[in-house]
Design a binder for this molecule. Structure first.
Ligand code: UDP
Length: 343
C-alpha cells in the first residue's frame, strides 16, 4: 500500500495536472529510473492517471521498496536493467528518461556509470522514442550551470562548469544529453522536452550513509542523534523544492504543448544557506544532535537559485509548498520509516 503522506502528495499532483492528465489513461509510458526518489513518484502519478507504465531501473540507487506497491498492478511492469544496455522495439507514447546517479558521493564512486547513463543511456532512450514516435522528457539538472555566475539562474545561462572536476561526470554527462536531445530534435524532428531540476526533497529520498543528499542526511542524523555534518562554513546556498512541486512541474512539461522542444527550470526560488537548513532540521526534529563542520567537497557550487519565469509563463507552474511545510512532511515520513532504516 502507498504511504499516507505519499498518497496525499500524489493526489495533490493529480489535481494540479488537471484535465490534460486524462490523455494518459490510454497511453503506454517508459520511465527509466522509475524506482528512484523522483522516478517512483512519477510512476505513482502515472498509475493514478490510469497509464500503462514500463519502469526500467537497475536498482543501483533506486529501491524496490519505492515501487513494491505497484508490482501487482496489471498496468505496471518492472524491468531490472541498466539504461546503457537497454534497448526495446516496444512502442511507447511517452518516454521519461530519469535514470542516473544523482548524489555527489556517487559521482566519486561511480563516475563511469554516471556518464554512461547520461550518454549511451540517453542515446538508447532517444532511439526508443524515435522508433515509437513518442514524446520524450529528460530530467536534466541545475548542475549544468555549475558554479553559476548569474543568479537567479535562467535557462539562457550557459554555465560555469569544471569539465575535469569530481562532479564533471554528472555535469558534463547531463550537458552531453541535452546536446544530444537537441540534435535529435533538429535532425529527426523529435518531440523532446528537458527539465532542469534544482534541489528537490521529500519522502523516499535516500538516507543511506554518505549516499543521501543534504536534506535526508540532516534529517537522518538529527533523528538518530548523530552529529549534523555541515560541509565548509555552511554559507553555501541551495533552493529546496518539495517533491510534489517538482513532480507537478515535470508532468506539466511532459503534457503541455507549449513545452515542446523547450528547456525549463523546475525549482523553488527561495534560497537557504546549508547552515540555516541544519538549524531548521535540528529545531523541527527537537534533536540533541551537535552541528559539526567538515571539509567542503571539491567544486561544491556556492549558490544555487533558479529563475522560474519560463515555467510560470509556459506551464503556469510555480512551487506551492514552503520549505518548513515540506520538511514537516519529510521528517514525519522518515520517523514512520525509522523501523525499516535503510542504513
Ligand atoms: N552538504 C552538507 N552536509 C552533508 C551533505 C551535503 O553540508 O552532509 C552540503 C553540500 O556540500 C552542498 C549542499 O549541502 O553544499 C547540497 O548537497 P547535496 O549533496 O544535497 O547536493 P548538491 O546540491 O551539492 O548537488
Amino acid at each position: 500500500m502507498l504511504d499516507k503522506i505519499i498518497s496525499e502528495d500524489v493526489d495533490s499532483i493529480v489535481v494540479r495536472i488537471g484535465k490534460i492528465g486524462e490523455v494518459l489513461e490510454t497511453c503506454k509510458i517508459l520511465v527509466t529510473g522509475g524506482a528512484g526518489f523522483l522516478g517512483s513518484y512519477v510512476c505513482d502519478v502515472l498509475n493514478r492517471l490510469g497509464a500503462s507504465v514500463v519502469c526500467v531501473d537497475d536498482l543501483s540507487s533506486g529501491k524496490l521498496d519505492n515501487i513494491d506497491h505497484l508490482l501487482e498492478n496489471e498496468k505496471f511492469v518492472f524491468i531490472r536493467a541498466d539504461v546503457s544496455n537497454f534497448e526495446s522495439d516496444e512502442k511507447f507514447n511517452y518516454v521519461l528518461h530519469m535514470a542516473s546517479p544523482a548524489v555527489p558521493e556517487e559521482y566519486k564512486s561511480r563516475p563511469v556509470d554516471t556518464m554512461k547513463a547520461n550518454s549511451v543511456g540517453t542515446l538508447n532512450m532517444l532511439e526508443i522514442a524515435r522508433k515509437s514516435d513518442a514524446k520524450i522528457l529528460f530530467t536534466s539538472t541545475s548542475e549544468v550551470y555549475g558554479d553559476a555566475k548569474i543568479l537567479p539562474t535562467p535557462e539562457t545561462y550557459w554555465g560555469n562548469v569544471n569539465p575535469i572536476g569530481l562532479r564533471s561526470c554528472y555535469d558534463e554527462g547531463k550537458r552531453f544529453s541535452e546536446a544530444l536531445i537537441m540534435a535529435y530534435i533538429r535532425q529527426y524532428g523529435l518531440d523532446a522536452r528537458i527539465v532542469r531540476i534544482f534541489n528537490s526533497f521529500g519522502p523516499r529520498m535516500r538516507a543511506d550513509g554518505v549516499y543521501g543528499r543534504v536534506v535526508s542526511r540532516f534529517i537522518d542524523q538529527a533523528l538518530s542523534g548523530r552529529p549534523i555534518t555541515v560541509y565548509g562554513t555552511g554559507r553555501q546556498t541551495r533552493s529546496f523544492c518539495y517533491v510534489s512541486d517538482t513532480i507537478t512541474g515535470i508532468m506539466l512539461t511532459l503534457l503541455s504543448d507549449r513545452a515542446k522542444g523547450e528547456v525549463i527550470n523546475i525549482g523553488n526560488p527561495r534560497e537557504t544557506t546549508i547552515l540555516q537548513l541544519a538549524k531548521l532540521v535540528k529545531r523541527m526534529t527537537n534533536s540533541n544532535s551537535k552541528i559539526v563542520f567538515k571539509k567542503l567537497p571539491q567544486d561544491d557550487p556556492r549558490r544555487r537559485v533558479p529563475n522560474i519565469r519560463k515555467a510560470r509563463r509556459l506551464l503556469g507552474w510555480r512551487p506551492l509548498i514552503k520549505l518548513e511545510d515540506g520538511l514537516k512532511r519529510t521528517i514525519e515520513w522518515f520517523k514512520l520509516r525509522k523501523g525499516v532504516s535503510t542504513r
